[in-house]
Design a protein around this ligand. Structure first.
Ligand SMILES: [Fe+2]
Ligand SMILES: [Fe+2]
Length: 190
């Protein structure tokens, strides 16, 4: 089982990012920080689900490293935050998760997988456009998001049967495409 996104990011998204890359970097840093916090929250909220702990702590470390790397780019450019806003795409997906505790765990893992898959696509698009070190950095980020997608899926497989995973993933792939398309293209990760 893999994650194949149902809608490609519009060209207008990449254009918006390249037109204001500094604004994109500020948002990207914030997305990495939130991804690290989300990974830690799995460990805190599921203290008895030991199989989650090692991969989620590893994930948090990697996201924090990405945060550090993006912050270095921000410091090089002397950029300063005006404000840290909510990510409308992630907020929309979280709002559609089940409130039933078992199903919510499955949803959290699958939303993690689809959001990481969007990261694979978008960082790959940026990496393909930018030259030199910055392009190589984004291509590398795309590859790590791909590992993160697999990690979320393998945890889903550890705790759930194939059929509910397949059904729920099918639904999340539709919802993810809708959530992505609902956000007007802007210089932000989502
Ligand atoms: Fe990341
Ligand atoms: Fe990630």
């Amino acid at each position: 089982m893999s994650v194949t996104l149902r809608a490609a990011s519009p060209c207008a998204w990449l254009e918006a990012v390249l037109a204001d890359f500094n604004a994109f970097l500020l948002d990207h840093a914030s997305a990495e920080r939130k991804a690290a916090a989300m990974a830690v929250s799995f460990v805190v909220q599921y203290p008895d689900k030991f199989a989650l702990h090692k991969p989620m702590i590893q994930l948090a470390r990697e996201e924090l490293l990405h945060y550090q790397q993006v912050m270095a780019l921000i410091h090089e450019r002397n950029l300063i935050w005006e404000r840290d806003t909510k990510d409308p795409y992630v907020t929309c997906l979280i709002g559609m998760m089940s409130t039933d505790s078992e199903m919510r765990l499955l949803d959290r893992l699958l939303v993690g997988a689809v959001v990481e898959a969007r990261g694979v696509e978008r960082f790959g698009l940026i990496g393909g456009q930018l030259k030199d070190e910055l392009g190589a950095f984004y291509t590398k980020l795309s590859q790590s998001e791909s590992r993160h997608t697999r990690s979320f899926l393998s945890l889903a497989r550890h705790y759930f049967e194939p059929l509910p995973i397949e059904k729920r993933l099918d639904r999340w792939l539709d919802l993810e495409a809708e959530a992505m398309e609902a956000v007007p293209p802007r210089a932000a990760l989502h």
